[in-house]
Design a protein around this ligand. Structure first.
Ligand SMILES: *[C@@H]1O[C@H](CO)[C@@H](O)[C@H](O)[C@H]1NC(C)=O
Ligand SMILES: *[C@@H]1O[C@H](CO)[C@@H](O)[C@H](O)[C@H]1NC(C)=O
Ligand SMILES: *[C@@H]1O[C@H](CO)[C@@H](O)[C@H](O)[C@H]1NC(C)=O
Ligand SMILES: *[C@@H]1O[C@H](CO)[C@@H](O)[C@H](O)[C@H]1NC(C)=O
Length: 339
C-alpha cells in the first residue's frame, strides 16, 4: 500500500514535470507554445515544458542569457525575445537549438554580435536584430546560413556591412537595413554591388541611406553612381578592390586579383564596346559634316566666280546704280537693269 502510494506520487511529480507550465506563463499544449510575455521576468523560466516549440518571452526584463539558456526546450522553432534588456549574450546562449527557425531579438541593447552566437542554429530562417545598439557585425560566419531568408538589422549603429557576411546567406530574400549610420565611403562599395545583384535577382531591401560623408548624407547608396566612388587607398585582401575597378575610368590603376568575379561584373554594362561604337559614330558624323561643308564651300566658290565674271562683263553695271546695293539676286539684276 505504501509502495503504491509512493509510485503514484512519483508519477504525479513526473507528469507535472513533463506537462507543467511555469507559474507566469500560459501554455498551449495543442500548439506546443508557451506565452510568458509581459510578466516582468528577469530570466528564462526554468520549468518550461520540454516539447515547447514556440516560446514568447517578449516585453520582459531579461538582461542576459547564460550558455545553454534553452537547454530544456530543444524542440524550439520560434523564440521571441523582443523588448527585453539584453546587452549581453553568452557565446553558447543558443546552443542546442537545432530546430530554431525564427529568432526575434528586436528592441534590446545588444552592442555587437559574434558569429559563434549563431553557430548552433543551423535551421535559422528569420533573424531579427532591429532596434538594438549594434555597431558591428561579424565579417563572416563559421559556415553559411543556408536557410536564412530574413535578416533584419534596422535601427542600429552600423556603419559598415561586409559583403562576405551577406554572401554567407545564400537564401536571403528580405534584408532590412534602414536607419543605421551607414558610412558611404569606399568600403561600402562591396555592399552596394552586392545589393544591386540582390535586387536584380528579386531580393527585397528597404535601402541604405548614407549618414556620412557629407557629400552623400541622406542619399540612397544604390543611387550613387559607381564612377563617383573613390577606390580605397589600400586594396583589401577581401577582393573589394577588384569591384572598384571600372574599365575606362580612373580606377584602372588597381590591379585586378586573379580570381576576379565575373558574376559580379556581368550586371554592369561593358563600357569598352560602347566607347568604340561611340567613337565610330563620331567619326561618321564628322565625315558627313565635313563633306557638307566642303560641298557648300565649293558651291559658294563657283557662285562667287560666276558672279565675279558677270560683274566683270558689265563694268559700272546695274549694281552701282541701284538703291539697294546689297544681296541682289541674279533675277533682280536683270529686272532692274533696264530702269
Ligand atoms: C516593452 O516592455 C515593457 C514591459 O517590460 C512594456 O511596458 C512596454 O510597453 C513594451 N514596449 C513596447 C514598445 O512594446
Ligand atoms: C519581431 O518582433 C517585432 C515586434 O513584435 C515584429 O515587428 C517583427 O516583425 C518580428 N520579426 C520577425 C522576423 O518575426
Ligand atoms: C535547410 O532546410 C532544409 C529543408 O527544411 C533542410 O533539409 C536542410 O537541412 C536545412 N539546412 C541546414 C543547413 O540545416
Ligand atoms: C548605444 O551605443 C552608444 C555608443 O556606441 C552609446 O553612446 C549609447 O548610449 C548606447 N545606447 C543604448 C541605448 O545603449
Amino acid at each position: 500500500m505504501k509502495g503504491e502510494l509512493l509510485l503514484l506520487s512519483s508519477v504525479i511529480i513526473l507528469l507535472q514535470a513533463v506537462c507543467g507550465c511555469p507559474e507566469k506563463c500560459r501554455c498551449h499544449s495543442s500548439s506546443n507554445s508557451v506565452d510568458c510575455s509581459q510578466q516582468g521576468l528577469a530570466e528564462i523560466p526554468s520549468d518550461l515544458p520540454p516539447q515547447t516549440q514556440a516560446l514568447h518571452l517578449q516585453d520582459n526584463q531579461i538582461h542576459q542569457l547564460p550558455a545553454f539558456a534553452f537547454r530544456s526546450v530543444p524542440q524550439l522553432t520560434t523564440l521571441n525575445l523582443c523588448n527585453n534588456s539584453l546587452s549581453n549574450l553568452a557565446p553558447g546562449a543558443f546552443n542546442g537549438l537545432q530546430h530554431l527557425q525564427v529568432l526575434n531579438l528586436t528592441q534590446n541593447s545588444l552592442h555587437s554580435l559574434e558569429s559563434r552566437f549563431f553557430h548552433s542554429l543551423p535551421q535559422l530562417r528569420e533573424l531579427d536584430l532591429s532596434s538594438n545598439n549594434i555597431s558591428h557585425l561579424p565579417t563572416s560566419l563559421g559556415k553559411p546560413w543556408e536557410n536564412l531568408s530574413v535578416f533584419a538589422v534596422q535601427q542600429n549603429q552600423l556603419q559598415q556591412l561586409d559583403r562576405v557576411l551577406l554572401e554567407s546567406m545564400p537564401s536571403v530574400r528580405l534584408l532590412l537595413l534602414k536607419d543605421n549610420l551607414w558610412q558611404c565611403n569606399c568600403r561600402l562599395l562591396g555592399l552596394k554591388l552586392w545589393l544591386e545583384k540582390f535586387i536584380y535577382k528579386g531580393g527585397i531591401t528597404d535601402g541604405v541611406i548614407c549618414a556620412s560623408p557629407d557629400t552623400w548624407k541622406g542619399k540612397d547608396l544604390l543611387k550613387i553612381p559607381h564612377e563617383l566612388y573613390q577606390p580605397c587607398p589600400f586594396p583589401s585582401p577581401d577582393r573589394e578592390s577588384s569591384m572598384v575597378q571600372q574599365p575606362g575610368s580612373a580606377h584602372r590603376a588597381i590591379p585586378r586579383p586573379p580570381e576576379s568575379h565575373s558574376a559580379e561584373c556581368e550586371l554592369k554594362p561593358k563600357p569598352r564596346p560602347a566607347n568604340l561604337r561611340h567613337a565610330m559614330a563620331t567619326v561618321i558624323i564628322t565625315g558627313i559634316v565635313c563633306g557638307v561643308v566642303c560641298l557648300m564651300m565649293l558651291a559658294a566658290a563657283i557662285y562667287g566666280c560666276t558672279y565675279a565674271a558677270i560683274t566683270a562683263k558689265y563694268p559700272g553695271g546695274p549694281l552701282a546704280q541701284t538703291d539697294k546695293p546689297v544681296k541682289i539676286e541674279g533675277k533682280e539684276l536683270f529686272d532692274s537693269s533696264p530702269a
